[in-house]
Design a protein around this ligand. Structure first.
Ligand code: ZN
Length: 448
């Protein structure tokens, strides 16, 4: 440790208060206490090492247009090899499950307890950035290493994980919770390779996929550190996001049927204009979703107009609605509201609306004890924080099916993600990893 960092850490230690509440009570492996704090509470990750790993990782899959470590590509394989080397260099023995997810284990002291799981992913989108996934993955390794190097034993085993092909729709974690279905093996990743081809390529074994499945109760808890990928934390000037859950999502296709007729010869009061109905509906969806307080969002994102010709009244429009919120009841309520708007606008424009549900995923709600653990950790580290939903999908939403989970967000500069301009400050990454470390320690005490 550089002297500068030692002094900073010493100053930070002296400034830290005794934590109130239950997270202050237990103290695993006390090496030395300072000012009422347990040694575990004084433990900090090595931010320089963690940011150094991320800096080196940035070179892998870097192209002129951004980071391209799409799942099953050569760059993805190189990224995984880099991660496996880091795990070995950190003194752990990496393990691959049959799905190709990477694990490393720091054994616990109590017999019979299921592991605490921490991690994220290292694959990227096409022309993406170096922070979406790698921050949480390498922070998880850094946390495990910090605990091991300091001689800190948790009651629970601690497993760090790097899930494979998150950007393909959380494939590796979905396999690990038993929700992956046979037809999804033919899903094509951005590399052009199917999951079927890819799993073998990354060292998994398709014939043994069932062995990768963990059942409810097999994992004590899961915490994922991730960049926010939006601008809320930056706008609110908060250092840490305490993620209450990952929003549920419903997609509809709405088919609006009118009547195609001559644009010159048909009087304005005798038209069945599907485009006009679609326009009114688009505005009505926006007004309805904004008419209530809350964080629900709805988007009309795609319009297919037919015949899509200058001199013909549109006879049909097929449009899509994307509706998201953390509360299932809100999603259900707005679904009914949009259908009602369709009936009203249809009656007013002499058109018919038909709704077809395309995608429906339930919200994944974070565990209250883990949220408290994260908040207590952020308080202990004197970091500002706020609770918030995640509007983007994450591996944590899959793990939520089998275990208590929560996520920690750090700010994305400019709210930009899935872009070469994606950036999170080294200081924020260090803060996030320290919150992860302290949250693991708190979760070790709070969870059975
Ligand atoms: Zn991600």
């Amino acid at each position: 440790m550089l002297r500068r960092h030692f002094l900073q850490q010493a100053a930070a230690l002296a400034a830290l208060p005794v934590l109130p509440g239950r997270f202050a009570s237990a103290s695993p492996t006390v090496v030395g206490r300072s000012r009422g704090m347990t040694s575990a509470q004084a433990l900090r990750i090595n931010g320089e090492r963690l940011n150094g790993w991320l800096g080196r990782f940035d070179a892998i899959g870097r192209t002129a247009t951004g980071i391209n470590r799409v799942a099953y590509s050569d760059a993805d394989l190189a990224g995984r090899a880099f991660a496996l080397d880091l795990i070995r260099d950190s003194g752990f023995t990496p393990r691959l499950d049959a799905a190709g997810n990477i694990f490393a284990l720091h054994p616990g002291s109590a017999a019979g307890l299921k592991p605490l799981l921490i991690g994220s992913h290292i694959d990227s989108v096409t022309d993406g950035g170096n922070y979406d996934g790698p921050v949480g993955s390498f922070a998880a390794l850094e946390v495990a290493r910090t605990l091991r190097d300091s001689g800190t034993r948790l009651r629970h085993p601690l497993e760090m994980v790097i899930w494979h092909n998150e950007e393909g729709g959380t494939i590796g974690s979905k396999i690990a919770v038993g929700l992956f279905t046979e037809p999804e093996l033919d899903k094509v990743a951005r590399s052009g390779k199917t999951v079927r081809e890819g799993v073998g390529r990354i060292g998994g074994d398709l014939t043994k996929l069932a062995s990768a499945v963990r059942k409810p109760g097999d994992v004590a808890g899961y915490i994922e550190l991730h960049i926010e990928q939006g601008g809320r934390l930056e706008q609110a000037e908060r250092q840490i996001g305490v993620v209450e859950g990952i929003v549920g999502l419903r997609w509809f296709e709405v088919t609006i049927t009118g009547f195609s007729n001559h644009a010159g010869a048909t009087p304005m009061d005798q038209r069945q204009d599907a485009m006009l109905a679609a326009a009114k509906f688009t505005v009505a969806v926006n007004e309805a979703i904004r008419s209530e307080a809350g964080r629900q969002v709805a988007t009309v994102g795609r319009l297919n107009v037919s015949p899509n010709t200058t001199n013909v009244i549109p006879g049909q429009v097929v449009l899509t609605v994307d509706l998201r919120d953390l509360a299932q009841a809100t999603i259900n309520r707005f679904t009914a509201r949009f259908e009602q708007l369709g009936r009203e606008i249809g009656a007013a424009t002499s058109t018919t609306f038909r709704f077809t549900q395309m995608v429906n995923s339930a919200p994944a709600i974070s565990d209250g004890r883990l949220l408290e653990a994260i908040e207590a950790s952020a308080n202990g580290l004197r970091l500002t924080h706020q609770r918030m939903p995640s509007g983007a999908g994450h591996d944590a939403q899959e793990v939520a099916h089998i275990a208590p989970m929560a996520m920690i967000f750090i700010p994305s500069v400019g709210g930009i993600s899935h872009s070469p301009k994606e950036f999170s400050r080294p200081g924020d990454i260090t803060h996030g990893a320290n919150v992860l470390l302290q949250s693991v320690l708190a979760a070790d005490r709070a969870l059975s």
